[in-house]
Design a protein around this ligand. Sequence first.
Ligand code: ACO
Length: 358
Amino acid sequence: MISGLDDVIAAETMLSDVDGLNGRLIIAGHSLDALAGHTSYEAMLALLLGDFLEADVATITRHLAAARKEVHGYIEGVDAAILALSPIEGLRAMIARLPDGEDRDTAYRLLAAPAVFTPALLRLQQGLPVVAPSDTLGHAADMLAMLTGTAPTQAQVNALDTYLVTVSDHGLNASTFAARVVASTRAGVTSAILAALSALKGPLHGGAPGPVLDMLDAIGTPDRAEPWLAAELARGERLMGFGHRIYRVRDPRADALKNALRQLAEAGAVPADRLALAEAVERSALALLRQKKPDRALETNVEFYTALLLEALGLPREAFTCVFAAGRVGGWIGHAREQIDHGRLIRPQSKYIGPLAA
Ligand code: ACO
């Protein structure tokens, strides 16, 4: 099999460190445990991009709100061909219409774009009128307001902020690497983000739409969790939302999102039967996986709680990848800037194994 570059170090970064052995994620010098639930997305952007944007949280908040308004102007150009696409493909098509460049205005437009285009595309696909960005709301609150047409509760805003912060950067994953490769050609940061989005869309990265929810729907009720999951394992299937390639102990992102979901539930924003089903599934899955692989810690991963959290926020599962992009775009831009400021053209070698010329 062709190498997946597993052990190759292809970049130096100040943005994040994934410590799989200890179950720790550091983003911009802070542990995710300290950030998630305590930090707005704008404050996260100040940590990731503050030097490049030459801005503090208040300035970033102001510029990002202005960028949401600017980007909203592009929605007039949405046509039937774009609405026929999946949400992530529609988002990519809309971002492709934004100007390219390596400057701050380009960065702000790209930070704003997924939060503005995703709700607009979802509403237009349902035949609903588009909701314009607000003058007063923060980024997460505005995204929710543009989705539902009503002001979100503080618990909902906190939950989305926690999600966006939690997924804002995660080492040199496939989409981030794609962004760095394109940025290294000096094609522009819009081009780099389009490459990243295309990589994220793949089902092996961010593009499998809600497999955890499909599993919960198939199980149906808590009493069916244990026999259903045991039958899946007996058939050699994998349980969705469990295990991770790099995290050998807990996935810190799962803990962060579990806390956010718990707070949303305390505010009455998660249907009680959905929560009871998810808890029964998690309990049974972990017990069964411990029996199956006693020497390999297979824990709950980020996908499990992402699915439940985004569902509770009213997002359809086919748009989950777009919301992932709304958080990860901060990390992508940070990596593209590092590549532009400190990197060279990325140009690895291949080994020829074809026939030799006669
Ligand atoms: N259910 C059942 N068995 C599992 C699971 C699971 N979720 N995860 C790993 N295993 C078992 C494998 O069957 C394998 O057993 P074997 O040695 O008898 O063949 C063993 O554990 C190790 O499996 P690997 O594939 O080497 O584990 P790896 O750590 O590389 O896989 C992966 C990681 C792909 C995420 C895997 O755990 C999985 O398929 N999980 C389910 C899908 C899922 O939740 N994906 C989202 C991941 S989060 C993210 O990527 C953003």
